[in-house]
Design a protein around this ligand. Structure first.
Ligand SMILES: [Zn+2]
Length: 81
């Protein structure tokens, strides 16, 4: 099985996870691919979905999750939005 790598933007910056929780709550993604600590809370346009965002160039990507050993969901980068 290939080694896990944190999702990165095309510019090389590590992506952050933005969760739609009534407001937009931003989280780091840890090296092991799981959700890290909260970075920021922003007002929301209520789009009702989660996504990955580049803190540098603001590119947004779909969130993809994969169950990997030891049975934890890890973040992967989906399609660019
Ligand atoms: Zn970027």
């Amino acid at each position: 099985m290939s080694k896990y790598e944190q999702p990165k933007c095309d510019c090389g910056t590590s992506l952050i996870f933005v969760a739609e929780e009534g407001r937009e709550v931003c989280y780091y993604i840890k090296k092991d691919g799981t959700k890290g600590r909260q970075i920021d809370v922003r007002s929301s346009a209520l789009c009702g979905a989660d996504w990955l965002e580049c803190p540098k160039c603001k590119n947004c990507y779909d969130t993809d999750m994969r169950l990997m050993p030891p049975n934890v969901d890890k973040f992967l980068r989906g399609e660019i939005r």
